[in-house]
Structure formats: C-alpha cells, structure tokens
Design a protein around this ligand. Sequence first.
Ligand code: ADP
Ligand code: MG
Length: 238
Amino acid sequence: MADVELRQVSRSFQNLKVVHDIDIDIAEGEFVVLVGPSGCGKSTTLRMVAGLDRPSGGEIHIGGRLVNNVQARDRDIAMVFQSYALYPQMTVAQNMAFGLRIRKVPDGEVTQRIARVADILDLSELLQRKPHQLSGGQRQRVAMGRAMVRQPKVFLFDEPLSNLDAKLRVKMRAEIKKLHQMVATTTVYVTHDQVEAMTLADRVVVMNKGRIEQIGPPNDLYHEPASRFVAGFIGSPG
Ligand code: ADP
Ligand code: MG
C-alpha cells in the first residue's frame, strides 16, 4: 500500500481551479519530487498533504489513513519550508524540542533525540545558539533537524534550498540525499529547479498549470518525455 496517496485531489481558490484532480501514489521510503514552473500548484499540493490547506475535492491518505479531516499537527508528517520558520527567540535545541514538547514526548527522550539528530546533521556545537547567530546553511540544517527529531512517517519539503547561494545549494542537495539514504523516510519534495529534482528523486512528478504532465524515474523522464512540455522543462533532447 502507498504511504502517501492522493486520489483525484483538487483545489480551487475563488472558483479558480489551481490543482486539477491529481492522482499520486508514494511508496514507503520513496523520495518523490514535485517539479514545475512557478504557480503550477506544487506548494498548494504539498500544503494539502501537510494539512495546511484543504482539498476542494478528492482524498488524501497517509499511512493508509484518510486524513482530509485530520488537522496538521495530528498528521504523521513534518515539513521544512524555504523560509526555515525557526523561532528567533529560542536556541537551536529549543527549536528542535518545540514540536516534541507540544506532543508530550518525555524530557529524557527529547534530549536523546536531539543529541542523535544533532550528531547526524553536525549541529552538536550549535545547540545553544540562537538562529541569528547561524549561517543560512546552518539554519536550514536546524530546520531539517527539527523535522527529523519528530521521527515522522513522511517528510515534506517546500523549496528548502531556494534561499541559499548556488554553491551551498549544491552541497545541501548532497546532504539531503545522504540523509535520506540513512533514514529512508518517505519524502515529498517541492522545487522549481529541474536539476535538483533530477538529482534527488526516486521519481519525479512534473506539474504544469495544476495538472500532472508525467510521473517517473528521472531517467525515464529524460529519455522518454511524455510531452513537449516535459522535454522542454527537463531539458532532454527528445
Ligand atoms: P507553486 O508552488 O507551484 O509556485 P502554488 O501552489 O503556490 O504554486 O500556487 C498555484 C496557484 O494557486 C497560483 O496561481 C497561486 O496564485 C494560487 N494560489 C495559491 N494559494 C492561494 C490562495 N491562498 N489564494 C488564492 N490563490 C492562491
Ligand atoms: Mg511554491
């Protein structure tokens, strides 16, 4: 059974449909990237999986459970945003602990999880700093750490690297890939950057104007694009 399942999911704003009855099945442990030009409906789709926005139609299942009426904090997901969204007045450790405390995870376990994740993400020396004392890359790692300590069934990323300079973006891309190989958590990752999509994804979902143009492994998209749009967007010769 799919870990994340979108069935005929749509979303309209003021009668304007921006996501058109899309179907996506994501297997446990899979890394799926939603890619497409700005405004094509990627964030709206991800926000519906997160529970930050409600579908106008269709069903979303996470871990086999229909979640249409389940609010964000009760879904087994953790999301990382472009803007990091760290609490500025809290230390790194407090930022990482926050989502666990509101879910009543015992103190001892909070400390343990933070130590383990900080070790993986190379944040151990930074736990007592405030966000303004960190570089962009470090802040983004804290945002990822905050998601990881939750040990969710699914990670959701919305353009997590877009605020970083090009060099750091390439480095962080490699780190995210390595991280996924370590923890193998099901991941839905949104980007407008086709290179990022092709490097990170097990399967890519190419979106255009609220519709899915093609779903497949990067290689298939490159060698057998289903449309001119996909060929043009991915930059394949076809
Ligand atoms: P992407 O993430 O691919 O850039 P979005 O999902 O953010 O695209 O937006 C898809 C479309 O929906 C855009 O035309 C956007 O203007 C519109 N949209 C998104 N959120 C809202 C909203 N809250 N109210 C009205 N229109 C919205
Ligand atoms: Mg977006």
